[in-house]
Design a protein. Sequence first.
Length: 153
Amino acid sequence: MVRRKRAPLVRAAAGAAGTAALSATLSAALGFAPARDVPPAGKACWATHYGPMRAGARTASGQLFDNSRYTAATSLSRRPQLPFGTRVKVTNVANGRSLTVRITDRGAFAWTRASPKCLDLTDRAFARLGGVLDPDAGLITVREKVLRSVKRP
């Protein structure tokens, strides 16, 4: 049996800066989401659709969910967070179709380099952009642009 030498552990400098550097290094090595959970400016990301939801379900903003409206959810971990009511222009990269959606919900997903998901659209908005309402093929590549952000109270 041949024993391999183990790679030495990364030594961090003492103090907060060393701890932050080590944390960032380990997060990157293990594939965790970055601290900023937003697509880089001008970069494309994935949009998915809600799929079936029961009638009368409430969104995180407290509104009744309506799958026939042009609304969307952003990630719970997105920083900076888009306030409810923010209008976002969403453009399908493949066919050039675009529409404006209003943020009314938060989703339990995160943007990462491996899975660059940025929005969860209602079925109507997703279909209008040219997406196929199929759980297995339910994503499209889009660009998002914040048009009007609502001020927080």
